[in-house]
Write a protein that binds this ligand. Structure first.
Ligand code: R1P
Ligand code: MN
Ligand code: MN
Length: 407
């Protein structure tokens, strides 16, 4: 029985990529900087002391990070017996966003340039905003700027509730984000508004990767909280991903856990499971791994590393989430039987010690566990697409255009 379980630890970079300077990210290192802060007892909120990742260390995480940066992350076990194939990978896609990283993992790098809204204020074109206000019959809008999604709620959430004007914002990514209160504005109305924005952006040739609905609840600044009803409207990948090939060439199954289906615009996905929070996502993955039949990929995105900790620049939160994942890793490894492969990786970095609140251009870990594999280093991978090519070869699919199989 052939099954691959892929888990993306969203934003879990392991050191600045060779082209990081182009992104202003030279010296960024999500894992390394978290480990250093923990080692210095500077990340003791809700957890304490050196970063404890014994199970990820056995899969070769520390060694992959050392090969990426030249430094072994403090706290991790340097002498752990290695039981997996480990490597670190560079991204060839032009951007450091979530769709680019995921599509490249699935064998389809983004070699074109996305459209962006680069100005920090008055970010969106007036023509687009006018059309959106007219078509969605809005009383106006708030924001129209670059911001962190939580900071902008404290600044504008109350005015939004009072006026009914949605909050529009963006970031260094190719995104148009819309925050609205679930109760006063309404979730269905927010989704309908996002559909209109998606259509206007696509038809207007803006080349924007995603429109993101950002629903929230709460009654005032300091009390607003975003909910699990976030919804991403992405454009479809430019060519067939390895997911689509598994479905089309073998009649296989691709089970999405969390954001995966949204990220691939539902293309090449045969089943969707939504869950909110790291524990619930791991539980959902465990359930689907147990139930998966032949020719199946169970593909999980663990978004909390990025959205709850990386973008929030919350070092202790990120460290605690990694430790939680590590504690639950033996359960995941226990689901790997026969010819199964488990692949742990990431889509970009989001160093919580870095300036600003955006992603960081980093290498990602590629940690593969399976009973038939030879443990040890598989070196530097020139593209995340090496994962897609590995998956294509494993299932006997036609080769992908990019990437070299790791196993
Ligand atoms: O600050 P929040 O709203 O979490 O937004 C972040 O999430 C977006 C999508 O991943 C990124 O583009 C970044 O802006
Ligand atoms: Mn991401
Ligand atoms: Mn992000």
């Amino acid at each position: 029985m052939k099954r691959i379980f892929i888990m993306v630890l969203d934003s879990f970079g392991i050191g600045a990529a060779g082209d990081a300077a182009k992104f202003g990210d030279q010296g960024s290192d999500t894992l390394g900087h978290i480990a250093q802060r923990c080692q210095r007892n500077e990340a003791n909120q809700g957890r304490s002391g050196p970063l404890a990742l014994p199970n990820l260390s056995r899969l070769g995480l520390g060694k992959a990070a050392e090969e990426s940066t030249g430094r072994f992350p403090p706290g991790l076990d340097e002498h752990a017996e290695i039981i997996g194939a480990y490597a670190y990978a560079s991204e060839i896609s032009s951007g450091k966003d979530t769709p680019s990283g995921h599509w490249e993992i699935a064998g389809v790098p983004v070699l074109f340039d996305w459209g962006y809204f680069p100005s920090p204020e008055n970010s969106f074109p007036a023509e687009l905003l006018d059309k959106l206000v007219r078509e969605a019959e809005l009383p106006g809008y708030l924001g129209n700027c670059h911001s962190s999604g939580t900071v902008i709620l404290d600044a504008l959430g109350a005015e939004h509730m009072r006026t009914g004007k949605p909050i529009f914002y963006t970031s260094a990514d190719s995104v148009f984000q819309i925050a609205c209160h679930e109760e006063t504005f309404g979730l269905t109305r927010l989704y309908a508004l996002c559909d209109i924005a998606r259509r206007l952006l696509t038809d207007g040739g803006y080349n924007i990767g995603r429109v993101i609905a950002r629903p929230f609840v709460g009654d005032g600044p300091g009390h607003f909280a975003r909910t699990g009803n976030r919804h991403d409207l992405a454009v479809a990948p430019p060519s067939a991903t390895v997911l689509q090939k598994l479905v089309e060439e073998k009649g296989g199954n691709v089970v999405s856990i969390g954001k995966i289906a949204d990220i691939y615009a539902q293309v090449g996905i045969t089943k969707k499971i939504k869950a909110t929070g790291l524990e619930a996502l791991i539980d959902a993955a465990l359930g689907e791994m147990a139930a998966a039949g032949d020719n199946t990929i169970v593909f999980t995105n663990l978004v909390d590393f990025d959205s709850s900790y990386g973008h929030r620049r919350d070092v202790a939160g990120y460290a605690g989430a990694l430790e939680l994942f590590d504690r639950r890793l033996p359960e995941l490894l226990g689901r790997v039987t026969g010819e199964d492969l488990l692949i742990l990786t990431a889509d970009h970095g989001c160093d919580p010690t870095w300036t600003g609140t955006d992603h960081t251009r980093e290498h990602v870990p590629v940690l593969i566990f399976g009973h038939g594999i030879t443990p040890g280093s598989y070196g530097h991978r020139g593209t995340f697409a090496d994962i897609g090519q590995t998956v294509a070869r494993y299932f006997g699919l036609s080769p992908m255009d990019y990437g070299t199989a790791i196993l």
